[in-house]
Ligand binder design. Structure first.
Ligand code: GLC
Length: 780
């Protein structure tokens, strides 16, 4: 069944019924003052750091779902009826409901008893407040005498305290000041210095409540607050208890009359300033302009690449949702979503290093800063801490085998996109002592990997590699990881190409020596038909045809091909077997057959049920590398077929089984071996976003920025008639057009660039430098 559709013209996903199989999310804000909002106005608001500066509460994994949020109640003072125009939390059957998730805003419309309400939620760029722009219209032929109540629940700024203990509420203070309810906890424990939060409006206040439990009433919930039933708040200020922000105002509407007003939720450092903030934030003209600016901002971000292919589902993703998801993933790593609770995850070193890949073409400066921030939690010996918290600058964790290698792909991709070779010489501190250049950080990481190998000469698995759920392979500390091996080999291959371009012999010799070491070792991982996943603590092969379970893993096959070490025959054999063992209707499994239960001696290392997440689930993040590998092997049809079946847009008709939003990627989906086949896991914040963007734009559509130029090398199916796209590259709008492939698997052999023929598939930057726009036609 369908719950909505894509309004591509307005860049919105339109949800047409509120009871979606899971709350469907959007993000407000862009990395600073921000929030998550669901299709029924649930979610929370925070400032930069959802763990250390949370402003409103949200009860994750709670029953009833998706509470609290940013609520408005309407009460008809004649009939006594009350409702939520956003459906939640009162959940009365609305005569009309629609939620439009757009780029940086969400608009929810609800009609009840012929009162039509539209609420547009957004955070203006650069502002420390969220706007709820409300339009309310009486569609009845009799006047309406209404009251409106706002409701948010204030959170301890340090969210963990709020969840773990009762004592934070004793530090809370909340009061009315002017047209706002102000939350100003004691300057101790739960407070970030000099920050207070508020909710305010331009409506005249009839009554207010700061006391959550008095507003809701005993043994009630947000569904039936006593204050709303009574038709008035109790004017309760609050000390030493849970706080809410409820403002109640009267609204009378003649037949057909429409009114507009605004509520805002924000932060400031002094309650005297709230009056001025409200004057600005509740001004309708300013709000209209801020919303228009916001739309323009996102259009500008998204328009950097626009595609027109025969695949409409692909177009919808690439022309709107996919670049938007990449930016939100860049902003929040795995920190805060409906599935990530904004507590312990911050910006993961490995995750964020990968997330930058989806936004280098649009925000290169922010990428550069992010790479340096992450590198500053790398140790001088090469490995890195695991997590960085943007609000506090604190970091923790570490001991993993893959973290420190990811930076090589980020830095090389950044230099290819921008030509900023000087970045390599910039200094970045180490987490322990001293500092090194970006180049030295990269080398330290690869050296660490080469120093820490096991008895087969393959890098040790350590605490874990990319796969968080395989750690039991190395309880004795002896397990070895083919993933890390091929990851390092691919990194060395990338560095060879970089140093060749720079012409630095010393560095090139180092990278060649590293790659030679990889070449001398890789055959140890060949299992006859595919590559092993590694060796266990007991020195046994893992991911081998000899075993009944966990025979073949996807990642080693993909990364082996990416490393360019295997022969073409080996690569093809790997992917023939990927197709045979791992492919299904909705995607490709991480490995198969997945084992059930834990038994380290029998090589059953996964505690997860078979088919779920890293234990043989359809792990989309990992499938992106398979798509890229297939393009490198020249398997056009396979690459595209896998890409297409995993598009979120493909599951719009199937959401009762898939549950999650059909407009963004999830990290994984349950595989056919499990009864919950097709259930989506962890939408929004996933490495799938950035790598799938790379796979789609650079490898399938084939626009691949390279050192001092761009490679145009599409890998598309034969059935495509023609396609074209535009892509900004170093300030130049590149318009690429292609006709039908002459035969299956055909690749570009020449390009016509503004009428001039170039042999091969590479356009040197010097050829197009200084132009505003360039037309590129592909010849096969
Ligand atoms: C999740 C984690 C990521 C990890 C992957 C596989 O996506 O965020 O860090 O690599 O799972 O375990």
């Amino acid at each position: 069944m369908k719950y909505g559709y894509y309004d591509n013209e307005n860049r919105e996903y339109v949800i047409t019924r509120p009871d979606t199989p899971a709350p469907w999310l959007n993000y407000l804000g862009n990395g600073q003052f921000s929030g998550i909002i669901t299709n029924t106005s649930g979610g929370l608001i925070f400032n930069k750091d959802a763990g250390n500066h949370r402003i409103t509460r949200y009860n994750f994994n709670n029953i009833p779902w998706d509470r609290p949020g940013r609520y408005l109640y309407l009460k008809d003072m004649e009939s006594g009826e009350y409702w939520s125009p956003t459906w939640q939390p009162v959940m009365k059957d609305l005569e009309f409901y629609e939620c439009r998730h757009g780029m940086g805003y969400t608009k929810i419309s609800g009609t009840y008893e012929k009162v039509a309400t539209d609420i547009t939620y957004f955070i203006p760029n650069g502002k420390n407040y969220e706007v709820w722009k409300v339009k309310i219209k009486n569609k009845d032929n009799k006047p309406k005498n209404l009251k409106i109540f706002s409701y948010i629940e204030f959170s301890s700024y340090i969210a963990q305290f709020d969840i773990e203990a009762d004592w934070p509420r004793y530090f809370m203070e909340c009061y009315r000041k002017g047209n706002a309810v102000v939350f100003n906890p004691s300057d101790d424990w739960i407070k970030i210095k000099d920050i207070l939060s508020f909710i305010g409006t331009d409506l005249p206040i009839d009554s207010f409540d700061c006391d959550r439990d008095k507003f809701i009433g005993r043994y009630r919930s947000e569904t039936n607050p006593i204050a709303v039933e009574n038709g008035a708040c109790g004017n309760n200020e609050n000390s030493a208890d849970n706080c809410c922000g409820s403002i109640c105002s009267k609204i009378s509407l003649a037949p057909d009359e429409e009114k507009e007003f605004i509520f805002t939720v924000g932060i400031t450092d002094n309650d005297e300033k709230i009056k001025d903030i409200l004057a600005e934030s509740t001004n309708l003209e300013i709000a209209e302009k801020d919303l228009a600016d916001l739309k323009e901002f996102w259009n500008d971000h998204i328009n950097k690449i626009q595609v027109n292919t025969p695949d409409e589902e692909m177009n919808t993703m690439l022309n709107c949702w996919h670049p938007y998801q990449c930016k939100m993933t860049f902003n929040w790593s795995r920190f805060i979503s409906y599935y990530e609770r904004g507590l312990s995850r911050g910006w993961g070193y490995r995750d964020s290093m990968q997330d930058v890949l989806g936004v280098i073409h649009s925000v290169p400066d922010a990428v550069k800063t992010r790479i340096k921030t992450l590198m500053s939690i790398q140790f001088s010996r090469g490995d890195a801490k695991a997590v960085y918290f943007p609000g506090t600058g604190k970091s923790n964790g570490g001991g993993r085998s893959d973290d420190h290698i990811w930076g090589i792909f980020s830095v090389c991709s950044y230099i290819k996109e921008t030509g900023d070779y000087a970045f390599l010489d910039e200094k970045v501190p180490y987490a322990d002592c001293g500092e090194g250049t970006v180049y030295e950080h990269l080398i330290a990481g690869l050296e660490f990997t080469r120093r820490n190998v096991g008895e087969h000469g393959i890098p040790l698995f350590l605490h874990n590699d990319w796969n968080d759920s395989l750690k039991l392979i190395s309880t004795e500390g002896k397990g070895e990881s083919s993933f890390v091996f091929f990851q390092a080999a691919h990194a060395a291959y990338e560095l060879i190409r970089l140093f060749e371009h720079i012409g630095d012999k010393e560095k090139l010799d180092w990278a060649n020596d590293y790659y030679d070491w990889c070449r001398s070792v890789y055959e140890k991982l060949w299992d006859g038909k595919w590559f092993l996943r590694g060796f266990t603590d007991y020195g046994e092969k893992f991911g081998t045809d000899d075993d009944e379970f966990n025979k073949i893993f996807l990642n080693p096959q993909s990364w082996a091909v990416l490393s360019r070490l295997p022969s073409k025959e080996q690569g093809n054999s790997c992917f023939d077997n990927v197709n045979k063992y791992l492919l299904c209707e909705m995607g490709v499994a991480s490995h198969a057959p997945a084992s059930e239960g834990l038994d380290v001696k029998k090589k059953s290392f996964f505690g997860l049920p078979a088919g779920v997440r890293e234990n043989g689930g359809l792990f989309f993040h990992a499938s992106t590398w398979a798509i890229i590998a297939e393009t490198l092997l020249g398997r056009n049809e396979d690459a595209y077929s896998l890409y297409h079946r995993e598009l979120p847009t493909v599951r719009n008709d199937n959401v009762d089984q898939c549950f999650i939003e059909p407009y963004v990627y999830a990290s994984s989906m349950v595989a056919p071996v499990h009864p919950k086949y097709k259930m989506g896991v962890g939408s929004w914040l996933s490495g799938t976003a950035s790598w799938m963007f790379v796979a789609a734009t650079q490898y399938i559509l084939g626009f691949r920025p390279d050192y001092d130029g761009v490679i145009i090398d599409p890998c598309v199916p034969k059935e495509w008639d023609k396609f074209n796209y535009s892509r900004m590259y170093r300030g130049i709008k590149c318009n690429v057009t292609s006709g039908k492939l002459p035969c299956e698997g055909a690749r570009s052999t020449a390009l016509i660039v503004d009428g001039e023929k170039i042999d091969g598939n590479f356009i040197p930057f010097d050829k197009i430098k200084g132009k505003k726009e360039v037309n590129i036609e592909i010849i096969y």
